[in-house]
Design a protein around this ligand. Structure first.
Ligand code: ADP
Length: 254
């Protein structure tokens, strides 16, 4: 694997192509995708449903092979993956669920347990340590799922529609929490979402894909007037400008 030439670049994707083969047909998902991700950047990928957004994450996490093109990750990069579903085990307590990744990878130490307990405390979950997932709201469960992933100290976190199953208010609150955890831990994030406001309010960069087979329609560096939390960013003077630009990109595709 070639090493990345530009300082701080953690991922370089060039002319990525993906065709799925099913028994009857070939499905062209990605036609020509190229972009870079830099250390500690929060990048969102938006585009029409079925255009290949999740396919990019599946290729990055080695769940799918690419058909063509190159994907260069910085040496020794550890990836974490957070899904729409929290995937908590109902028969394990909140603490057991949060420690699961460390246990499975045989890397649970007292220091790492303390790190997980501190995160659970900071994000309002202390009193639920010995409770089971069904006693938590959807937003709280997603917080536990994120803490379980962060416990493994990933360098890049892949998020696939992590808030799409939540109601509007929980979504806003958890977007603040997810953003804070990622920024506090200095993690690079790549998030797939169909929610433009979520993408703009959380990201440093938004990548807009075309219809399938996907090419890059546009890449926006999000420069708000006064960047704060995702919820506050929605009220920023420049927020609507980005929303309109991306909306019109997507509108042209239908
Ligand atoms: P998105 O995340 O943008 O909604 P996906 O990446 O999930 O899109 O899927 C892109 C296209 O590839 C869709 O048409 C989907 O049906 C198809 N696809 C995804 N996974 C597979 C698979 N394992 N086998 C065949 N086709 C697939």
């Amino acid at each position: 694997m070639k090493s990345l030439s530009i300082k701080n670049k953690v991922l370089e994707i060039e002319h990525l192509q993906k065709n799925y083969q099913d028994p009857k047909d070939e499905i062209k998902a990605l036609s020509d995708i190229s972009f870079n991700v830099f250390e500690k950047e929060f990048v969102s990928i938006v585009g029409p449903s079925g255009c290949g957004k999740s396919t990019i994450l599946s290729i990055l996490s080695f769940l799918e092979d690419k058909s063509c093109g190159t994907v260069h990750l910085k040496d020794n990069t550890k990836l974490g993956y957070m899904l729409q579903s929290d995937c908590l085990f109902p028969w394990k307590t909140i603490l057991e669920n949060a420690l699961l990744g460390l246990e499975i990878t045989n890397s649970l130490t007292e220091d790492k347990k303390k790190y997980v307990l501190d995160l659970l405390h900071t994000y309002g979950l202390s009193e639920f340590l010995n409770k089971y997932p069904d006693s938590l709201s959807g937003g709280m469960r997603q917080r536990v799922a994120l803490i379980r992933t962060l416990a493994l100290k990933p360098d890049i976190l892949l998020l696939d529609e992590p808030m799409s199953a939540l109601d509007y208010q929980s979504k806003l609150l958890i977007s603040n929490d997810i953003y804070k955890m990622i920024k506090d831990e200095g993690i690079t994030a790549i998030m797939v979402t169909h929610d433009l406001a979520e993408a703009i309010s959380m990201s440093d960069k938004v990548i807009v894909l075309s219809k399938r087979p996907a090419v890059i329609k546009n890449i926006y560096e999000i420069k708000l007037k006064n960047k704060k939390t995702p919820v506050e960013n929605r009220k920023d003077e420049y927020f609507d400008k980005y929303y309109d630009l991306i909306w019109s990109d997507l509108d042209e595709l239908y």
